[in-house]
Design a protein around this ligand. Structure first.
Ligand code: SAH
Length: 225
């Protein structure tokens, strides 16, 4: 059997982290209603087990969120797929801004689809881990920053696509300002137990809001750790 450099079948044994296991996850996402082939292909390429603690590697291809330490989680693949598909609905953006790098999994999926991924994380330790994962997975088009993502990434703005993976109680003005005309911002909004995934699409100075579904994300916090 040929293995790619992204796989480590001998380490975890029993093929728990193999391409076949990833393909099963893709199948599950299809069954749950994800139809965007580009997104499904990207999910099939990303070795999610690299983005979780080794002790959890055998659960990496379950369609669930998992803890990544420091009170944070790696997002559920279904939600990653849903948000990514929504972001690409009107074509592939030139670049995307992600607020909340966390494990780096969402950024890794995006990196297979979008030329440049800019991702901001407020917890330095998580960001260092994520950077190591990008390196191990051979992903070179992800640019990261240790900063409060509520402020965006002004020197790279405007962004045709912005994605938040932590939930604020209100929309961040600065992020809306950094959204390109015609661009779309997707974010969980609300408090624990009452969050909605929303999308804002910009036309000039008008922002049209669309409600997508219920979600459960960790909170968007201010300042750095
Ligand atoms: N996209 C991640 C999800 C991680 S959970 C993944 O695929 O794994 C959300 C992350 O948002 C956490 O790591 C949290 O530390 C981070 N976060 C919360 N508030 C933030 C802020 N203001 N700026 C940047 N990151 C933030």
């Amino acid at each position: 059997m040929r293995t790619s450099s992204l796989e480590y079948p001998s380490i975890h044994g029993q093929g728990m982290t193999s391409q076949r296991t990833r393909d099963k996850l893709v199948l599950r996402l299809r069954e749950k209603g994800i139809t965007d082939e580009r997104v499904l292909e990207a999910i099939g390429k990303v070795p999610r087990h690299l983005f979780v603690d080794e002790a959890l590697a055998s659960r990496a291809y379950e369609d669930t969120a998992l803890p990544i330490g420091l009170g944070q989680t790696i997002s559920q693949p279904y939600i990653v797929a849903l948000m990514t598909a929504q972001l690409l609905r009107n074509g592939i953006p030139e670049k995307v801004l992600e607020v909340g790098t966390g494990s780096g999994y969402q950024a890794a999926v995006l990196s297979h689809l979008v030329p440049q991924v800019f991702s901001v994380e407020r917890i330095d330790k998580l960001l260092r881990q994520a950077r190591r994962c990008f390196h191990r997975a051979g992903l070179r088009n992800i640019y990261t920053r240790h900063a409060d993502g509520r402020l965006g990434w002004p020197s790279q703005a405007p962004f045709p696509a912005i994605i938040l993976t932590a939930a604020g109680t209100q929309l961040e003005e600065l992020l809306l300002e950094q959204l390109a005309d015609g661009g779309s911002l997707i974010a969980p909004l609300g408090t624990a137990g009452a969050q909605r995934l929303v999308e804002y699409t910009r036309s000039g100075d008008v922002f049209e809001r669309k409600d997508l579904c219920d979600v459960s994300f960790v909170p968007l916090l201010s300042g750095l750790d």
